[in-house]
Design a protein around this ligand. Structure first.
Ligand SMILES: [Zn+2]
Ligand SMILES: [Zn+2]
Length: 266
């Protein structure tokens, strides 16, 4: 699905949590934290970890100008670290001031910093649109608000990756609507009810099942019950009248050493 090699960028942008990606990120974070710590007391620190971080950010589609703005430093400073100033006959800088190192090392590739046309995993985009559907917002209304057609939005819901600008537009829409009743905005009550029923059939998780810091991470699961993935989740699903989710079925198997009953909820 993704043509990025496994590693930092693939973890950050595609949410791949395979062994290679997770190792790359944890090892990388460890070195980065050590460099930040060292930077708080030394007069100069090695430029190599800073250079490495700039390269990782560029790999994620961030331009040097964006990185410089996020770090609050001049672009020339970053250029000196990367390549030196060939016009002045100097090579890449070997040491930098700690405040510069720390400023650059703290920049993270967030959605707001990536190039608008860069591709990222669609997990968070799908989950937001689905949660709004579960709240009764029909796809056609959501599409209207984004200046899209309903067909475009339906296609979007099928694709594994989306452009950063689309992910941002859907995130902004979600931030506006997550706690707004569609009926209060002119959606007919029977349409809202039908949309909710369809979302339930498709097992689209509601707004309450997500946290802002888990919704974009494809390796996370919705928390339908407030206890999903624990032994308490399975009976809560039953009481709420829906089929237990996969982490809850796994927790049941773990606790009872047997497969859960497959009886569908009424
Ligand atoms: Zn991977
Ligand atoms: Zn569950």
């Amino acid at each position: 699905m993704s043509d990025r090699p496994h590693g930092y960028a693939r973890y950050k942008l595609d949410g791949c949590h395979c062994y290679t990606c997770a190792w790359a990120v944890s090892e990388y974070n460890r070195q980065r934290e050590a460099a930040i710590k060292a930077g708080t007391w030394q007069p100069y620190v090695p430029a190599a970890p800073v250079r490495e971080h700039i390269c990782r950010l560029q790999e994620c589609g961030m331009g040097l100008r964006t990185i410089a703005a996020a770090a609050g430093v001049g672009r020339n400073r970053l250029q000196s670290i990367l390549t030196g100033r060939p016009e002045r006959g100097t090579g890449p800088q070997e040491k930098v001031r700690p405040h510069l190192a720390v400023a650059v090392l703290q920049v993270e590739p967030t959605l707001d910093m990536l190039a608008p046309a860069a591709l990222v995993t669609s997990a968070g985009t799908h989950r937001r649109l689905q949660a709004l559907g579960a709240a009764g917002w029909p796809t056609s209304r959501l599409a209207d608000r984004m200046g899209w057609t309903g067909t475009n939005l339906a296609v979007l819901l099928e694709s594994g990756r989306v452009m950063v600008r689309t992910a941002r537009a859907v995130r902004d829409l979600y931030d506006q609507l997550w706690n707004v009743d569609p009926v209060s905005q002119g959606v007919a009550a029977h349409i809202a009810a039908r949309t909710q029923a369809r979302a339930a059939d498709r097992r689209w998780a509601p707004v309450g099942a997500w946290d802002d810091d888990t919704i974009d991470d494809p390796s996370t699961h919705p928390d339908w019950t407030g206890a999903c993935g624990t032994a308490e989740g399975f009976p809560r699903h039953r009481r709420m009248g829906h089929r237990p989710c996969r982490p809850c079925r796994a927790a049941y198997r773990e606790a009872h050493q047997t497969n859960p009953p497959i009886k569908e909820a009424a």
